[in-house]
Design a protein around this ligand. Sequence first.
Ligand SMILES: C[S@@+](CC[C@H](N)C(=O)[O-])C[C@H]1O[C@@H](n2cnc3c(N)ncnc32)[C@H](O)[C@@H]1O
Length: 273
Amino acid sequence: MDDARTPAPESPGSGSENAQIENVSDTALMVAACRALETERPDGLVRDPFARRLAGERGMAIARASPIPEWMCFGVGTRARFMDELLTESLANGQIRTVANLGAGLDTRPWRLALDPGLDWIEADFPHMLEYKAARLGDVPPGCRLEQVATDLDDKDAQVRLFQHVGPRPALMITEGLLMYLLFSPDMLRLAAGEWKSPVEKFRPEDHLFGQALLGAVEEAGWKVSAKRTYAREGAAAAGARAASLLEASKKLGAIPEAGRDDISGIYLFKHA
Ligand SMILES: C[S@@+](CC[C@H](N)C(=O)[O-])C[C@H]1O[C@@H](n2cnc3c(N)ncnc32)[C@H](O)[C@@H]1O
């Protein structure tokens, strides 16, 4: 792991004056801030009562300093809402007994969703991130059986240990805002500009997969798409009356986003074939 991706021990959340993203874990503060801002607007796409305390002043400052806060909040809000929908549908018949959230960051689903109290929920992230979260949320009991696993998901052995730990029972694995460092679709790249693009460019590995190649790799490994919500289609519909201000925000970037035919950005549910 290189230095840029290695979190400093005191971060995230150190120094409310610093609105720069300095390591990959700072992106968790930023997305928590976006969920807080969404929660506070009447037409917000997600309701997360814990987001503001988790984002802290630094997360709020990072989000506000973004060149396109409107787009970022819409993107994070849409992603959270679609993930909530697919997760709730997947858990409805009670067959899945374990959820593993990889790169869980400051996600609060175990606290904010109505879950079966007997469901096992595993959150995996860097140790400092889990410690920061526990310090800010430790007084609130989760609605299911929560376990937090400190790990480096770049480490293949650590991945194997985590999957062994999940065990053989039917499980659902979530990654939200983690694969972004491995995948960024061509259409999203066209939309992204300047500083907004840089956190992704800065922290993702050189051998990342791109667009359809990522879906292809998942399918080659024996997984089939069982449900999806794309940002281009369902996301645009979710924007509703916000579409006009989003277009205004993208004019400031000098680009109007176009949904290309092969834009795969969105939320996917895979089942093993
Ligand atoms: C953009 S945040 C998303 C957090 C959360 N899933 C959400 O949507 O709010 C990315 C998260 O992935 C974690 N992460 C990135 N690379 C990781 C790695 N190699 N091992 C463990 N966690 C990692 C970061 O610490 C951070 O919490």
